[in-house]
Design a protein around this ligand. Sequence first.
Ligand SMILES: Nc1nc2c(ncn2[C@@H]2O[C@H](COP(=O)(O)OP(=O)(O)OP(=O)(O)O)[C@@H](O)[C@H]2O)c(=O)[nH]1
Ligand SMILES: [Mg+2]
Length: 202
Amino acid sequence: MEIVKAEYLISSPSIDSCPKADRPEFAFIGRSNVGKSSLINALTSKKELAKVSRTPGKTQLINHFTIIEKSGPSWYLVDLPGYGFAKRSQSTRKEWSKMIENYIRKRESLVNTFILIDSRHEPQDIDLEFVNQLGEWRVPFVIVFTKSDKSTQREVAANVRRFLDALAENWEEAPPHFVTSAEKRTGIRQLLAFIGKLTANS
Ligand SMILES: Nc1nc2c(ncn2[C@@H]2O[C@H](COP(=O)(O)OP(=O)(O)OP(=O)(O)O)[C@@H](O)[C@H]2O)c(=O)[nH]1
Ligand SMILES: [Mg+2]
């Protein structure tokens, strides 16, 4: 797939103020600092499209990016605010949950959610809970392990295996997953091919 245009469109505080649901949409979610914005930049080959920060919790809104493929189709990439940001208050977390649940469950044009997991760590409860939540909501999603350049292949493979094993307690069949590095562009082509297949069908 060849992307000819990738542009920031708008940041919305809730689903009601999101752009018209007139094209396929793909959302990225995960713990703050997991690499959502970096992955969006890698997918679009635009270094500064989504804001990358060393300070977690920077993205607090639903951020839409317009993508246009060379062959014509247009879709949206959506950078969602991360979870698990310790410095947020209880009430801010509640608002976050409500906003995310509304968006993920009600956005009609949402084709797939990418849930990002840091491949450097052993399975974290907060991530497992969010994956299980998506399962309960019965929305389509895939798991994307990030930052694979930061550990050895062996460590990454072990963490992926542990995460999928932990999910197996609740899942008969493991959800599809990708291993990526925004830094080294590992898995980027595969993710784009996956998106391409879904946009062709919608
Ligand atoms: N080595 C390496 N670093 C990465 C990778 N992806 C992201 N990072 C770094 O991780 C930090 C966080 O990346 P972001 O893309 O801002 O993460 P985010 O999930 O969008 O964070 P929030 O918007 O704050 O929730 C930055 O310092 C990135 O440079 C990767 O694939 N490899
Ligand atoms: Mg971000």
